[in-house]
Design a protein around this ligand. Structure first.
Ligand code: NDP
Length: 265
């Protein structure tokens, strides 16, 4: 009796969640900002699909980070696919497999790499990797999910850029190029998809405390904090909250939401 009450209660709570019966695709959902977003959207009822290159890490995220959110009674099964977003064929194969499961309602594209160097010393391979992962990956992923969203006349896409894409930075010319291009791309796509009730927005984070920024020396981190109005580095959850807001915003599209604690003011 008690267990059937608990089961009914958990189903009722789940159905009341704002993102119930939706699917959120999160390339880069295995770490940092993407992982925080995956957990937040899961807590709001969405089924999560993470993409990353590391199979062990995907397994860890599914079993240790996402499964505990709903407990063992849940009917929500989160998924993970090994997929290199710099490879168009890999993306198309993954989205084809995913479409057999369920259509994508939200794309939060957080997969990205940084390879910092002054341009004259920048290794060609690093330049290609940054552009193919950050920019081409974004383009292929948006293209792959857009068709399904257009057919269903619903969807929200959130691409992660950077304040460096707005302002530039020494040692980050190529990274900045990839992140600026995401903004122009997303604004254009928002115009193409708006009539189908699909929003496309961009988040431009400042410095966020993740694996990506872990190698920044302490004195540089202190200097960044000193220039940040809110007096701290950002946390992955700060960006996840912004992604959740944009996913649910019905009349905001083609915008860049800066999440940097005031760093770029
Ligand atoms: P992390 O390094 O913590 O995570 C990056 C994620 O991207 C990982 O899940 C990684 O998975 C995935 N990834 C990288 N390359 C590929 C690829 N080729 N194919 C599939 N997945 C890939 O970085 P953050 O969470 O900090 O960054 C997330 C996004 O936010 C990035 O686009 C970054 O440029 C942007 N950003 C970050 C800022 C920061 O200060 N941290 C500031 C501004 C923007 P795996 O390694 O398992 O494949």
């Amino acid at each position: 009796m008690l267990s059937s009450f608990r089961r009914a209660y958990s189903i009722a709570v789940h159905e009341a969640l704002p993102l119930s019966n939706t699917l959120t695709l999160i390339p880069g959902g295995t770490r940092g900002i993407g992982l925080a977003t995956a957990k937040l959207f899961a807590r709001h009822g969405s089924r999560i699909v993470v993409l990353g290159r590391d199979q062990e890490r995907i397994k860890h995220v599914l079993e240790k980070e996402l499964a505990p959110i709903h407990g063992s009674n849940s009917s929500v099964e989160h998924l993970g696919f090994q997929c290199d977003v710099s490879n168009q064929e890999d993306i198309e194969r993954t989205i084809k497999d995913l479409n057999q499961v369920a259509p994508v309602d939200y794309l939060v594209n957080s997969a990205g790499i940084a390879r910092d160097s002054l341009l004259i010393a920048h290794a060609s391979q690093d330049i290609e990797n940054v552009i193919s992962t950050n920019l081409m990956g974004t383009i292929w992923l948006n293209k792959a999910v857009a068709k399904g969203m257009m057919r269903r006349k619903r969807g929200a896409i959130i691409n992660i850029s950077s304040v460096v894409g707005l302002q530039g930075n020494i040692g980050q010319s190529v990274y900045s190029a990839s992140k600026s291009a995401i903004i122009g791309f997303s604004k254009s796509l928002s115009k193409e998809l708006g009539s189908r009730n699909i929003t496309v927005n961009v988040i431009a984070p400042g410095y966020i405390d993740t694996d990506m920024t872990s190698s920044i020396p302490e004195d540089r981190k202190k200097a960044i904090v000193a220039r940040t109005s809110l007096g701290r580095l950002g946390q992955a959850d700060d960006v996840a909250e912004a992604a959740l807001f944009l996913a649910q915003a019905k009349f905001i599209t083609g915008q860049v939401l800066v999440v940097d604690g005031g760093l770029s003011l």
